[in-house]
Each structure stands twice: as structure tokens, then as C-alpha cells.
Design a protein around this ligand. Structure first.
Ligand SMILES: [Ca+2]
Length: 232
């Protein structure tokens, strides 16, 4: 219930940002490990994702943080607690109190240099096996790494749809609140139950591979014809 009351406070106390800036207030709870057995620990990696022209999450391929037309979104915090980056640590913004496991509560500030087009669909991903510092130090996920993802087009908890707003706006994104956190979303919605997939070869590589197969087949046919001629 603490999360719900904090959300209401955010809705009442929406701060003002400078013209040209955008602030997104992001809340999600309870975020858990892939089997739901443990709450995600503070310090784990969370990323904000631009869902791209298709408007949906694309699977994460090994060796990259996003796949398909998805892109990581870069932002800065108002303080210096974490460098401006496309990845941030999983924790709540609640100065003076310990971070609660499983609770993401962040205010992300974008300046004019990093604005996405208004209406761009966005979402968050959380990675069970990576600390935010791993991302910052250049780590990349391997196939099988667990992660969770969330976005919402139709608000149910009093916030806004998960799209990038126009300049100068402070937006509280409709939070993920599972039953265990006092909300109405299923508990499994907070599980990091997705897995990084084996990277799919580029289309050009597949095409070259197909040509190679055709080449082998063509060589076999030529040999058969030669053999038929010799036998004639
Ligand atoms: Ca996409």
C-alpha cells in the first residue's frame, strides 16, 4: 500500500519542469526474479525503451540490449546519483529511506537534446542478472538471460498511457502495480520471465547461405549431367 499512497502523492505534487524539458515519473511494483521467488534487489539494471515504429517490444537478441526497431532511451536524473545513460539502477527515489526491494520509483528528466517525438510508445525492461553498473561498464546479455518488460496503452491505475509527451510536460506513467503490491495487475506481470534469444542472422547472411545451398545443388546437377553424357 506504500506504493499506492506514494503514487497518489506524485499525482498531487507534480513538479514543474523547464520549457523544453520532459519529466516521466515511473513506478512499478512488485518486480521479481524470473520464477517470482524473490523481489528484485536494489541496484539491478532497468532500461527505458523506445518501442519504435511497430509500437511493441521486440525480442532481445544475444549481444545487444534491444532488438528489432526498439531503441534505448537516454535521460538524466536531476541529481548526480547516476550518470546520464540509457540504463539506470533499480531503486526508488525516496531520499533518506532505504530502497525497497521490488519497487521501482523514478523521475526521469529529458532535456531538449534527447526528446522523442510526442506520442512515441515507450516501456521499461528490468534484468535479473545485471547490475546497472554492469551496463555502464559495457556488459552485454547472452542468450538465456532473464528480463521482464512492461508498457501500457490503456491506463488502469490513474496515470497516463506509456507514450512520450510533448515539450514541457511532467507525466506520471500509469504504474505497474501487482496484486502483491496492492494493485490489480497479475503478480506474474512483475516477473523477469522473458529470456534473451539467440541472435537471428541478418537477412543478407541468410540470403548468402541460401545461395551457397543453391550453388551446391547446381554443382551436383552438373555432375549428374556429365555422368549421364559419359554413360551415353
Ligand atoms: Ca518495437
Amino acid at each position: 500500500m506504500k506504493v499506492v499512497s506514494s503514487l497518489l502523492l506524485l499525482l498531487v505534487l507534480s513538479p514543474v519542469v523547464l520549457r523544453g524539458d520532459v519529466q516521466l515519473d515511473v513506478t512499478a511494483a512488485d518486480l521479481r526474479t524470473h520464477d517470482g521467488s524473490a523481489l528484485l534487489a536494489p541496484g539491478r539494471l532497468v532500461q527505458l525503451v523506445n518501442l519504435g515504429p511497430n509500437g511493441v517490444f521486440d525480442a532481445v537478441p544475444a549481444g545487444a540490449w534491444v532488438g528489432g526497431d526498439d531503441r534505448l532511451v537516454t535521460f538524466s536524473f536531476g541529481s548526480t546519483e547516476w550518470p546520464s545513460a540509457a540504463g539506470f539502477d533499480f531503486a526508488e527515489t525516496d531520499p533518506g529511506s532505504p530502497d525497497d526491494p521490488g519497487v521501482l520509483q523514478r523521475s526521469l528528466v529529458f532535456n531538449t537534446g534527447s526528446l522523442l517525438a510526442s506520442g512515441t510508445a515507450i516501456g521499461i525492461r528490468w534484468f535479473e542478472g545485471f547490475a546497472a553498473s554492469d551496463y555502464y561498464n559495457g556488459a552485454l546479455p547472452a542468450a538465456g538471460a532473464f528480463y521482464g518488460e512492461f508498457t501500457r496503452a490503456m491506463p488502469v491505475n490513474g496515470g497516463e498511457a506509456w507514450v512520450f509527451p510533448a515539450d514541457g510536460n511532467v507525466v506520471t506513467l500509469d504504474p505497474l502495480l501487482t496484486l502483491s503490491a496492492g494493485g490489480a495487475d497479475s503478480n506474474s506481470a512483475g516477473f523477469a520471465s522473458r529470456q534473451v534469444i539467440t541472435a537471428v542472422p541478418e537477412a543478407s547472411t541468410v540470403f548468402a547461405g541460401a545461395l551457397a545451398v543453391l550453388g551446391v545443388t547446381g554443382e551436383r546437377l552438373r555432375r549428374r549431367r556429365l555422368a549421364a553424357r559419359a554413360a551415353a
